[in-house]
Design a protein around this ligand. Sequence first.
Ligand SMILES: [Zn+2]
Ligand SMILES: [Zn+2]
Length: 355
Amino acid sequence: MRWTIAAVLVLAVVFFVGARSETIQDRLLDKGLTVLLTNQGHDMLEQDALRALLCGTSAPLPHASRAKACVAVFAGGKFWLVDTGPGSWNKLSLIGIDPTRIGGVFLTHYHSDHIGDLGQVNMQSWASGRPEPLRVFGPTGVERVVRGFEEAYALDNGYRIAHHGADFVPPEAGKMVPNTIADMEDGTQTVVLKEDGLVVKAFNVDHTPIKPAVGYRFEYKGRSVVVSGDTAKSSSLIAAAKGADVLIHEAQANHIVRRVEAMANKNNRPRIAHIMNDIISYHTSPAQAAESANEAGVDLLLMYHLIPPPQVKAMEPIFTRGLNKVRDGGWVLGDDGMLVCLPADSDAIEISSRL
Ligand SMILES: [Zn+2]
Ligand SMILES: [Zn+2]
């Protein structure tokens, strides 16, 4: 026992002295920088699978570690973002992605928790060396959103060109190109993109009174992922998700929202109570998301855009209360950094974490 205590004391002294040595500090710094600078997530860009990464699982309510709505889909050697919620670009950088390999952005609708980082996504990927303008797909309204972000970032854009030179950051490449998806009938799908073996289809969802609002289906090498965006339980989404491998669906625990409303009233916070009452009807409860997954016949239901976002692990069973009665297994509550890998021409679904 005496030897153990002595060993701990010696290690403590070595660590204490070492941490104060500038040589050792610099070595540790170089090691950390090497990890950061070489972590480009190129394995996620391998063309042997369709992959989906959760880069934001929260919604407007605050959370210390979850970013707002964002899903990155990897296919054909590029990645594509479904929504760019606040904090999502930071998450993608922490996870390690090569910003120059962005193919484009698909916006589901224009609530701030879905678009807040669009300016960051454009500026950061351009400053990192993206060679082409950024394509931004979305329903009617995308042009206005894109032009607004471009205007807000116009000064920043000019600073960087003046500072680094137009050869290093070509002005043309820093632009965004909006692509408007024509209005659709519920229950139909529009092919938005066909590129490098990837097919992306858009479909209406039910986020009433917010219109238009869409979700997206990604198909690549015999595998498929559907992303809901914001919606109440939607027959149009169920039709579009038929037979998909993975349904990434928003979820709002209405039983908790009702309690927040009641407690807000009790604590004299009428605005919070008012908003809680308003949001009940235009999102999907975890049990309803499970019904949709069952009706569409998907293998995995992955929930994101969590309202309210579980603050601690102990909150998760409260959040998903009632879900197992509808769907016994085949579902996962999403977290930032979660990666789903669907190997080409296979039934396998591999889940891991990149954070
Ligand atoms: Zn939202
Ligand atoms: Zn919304």
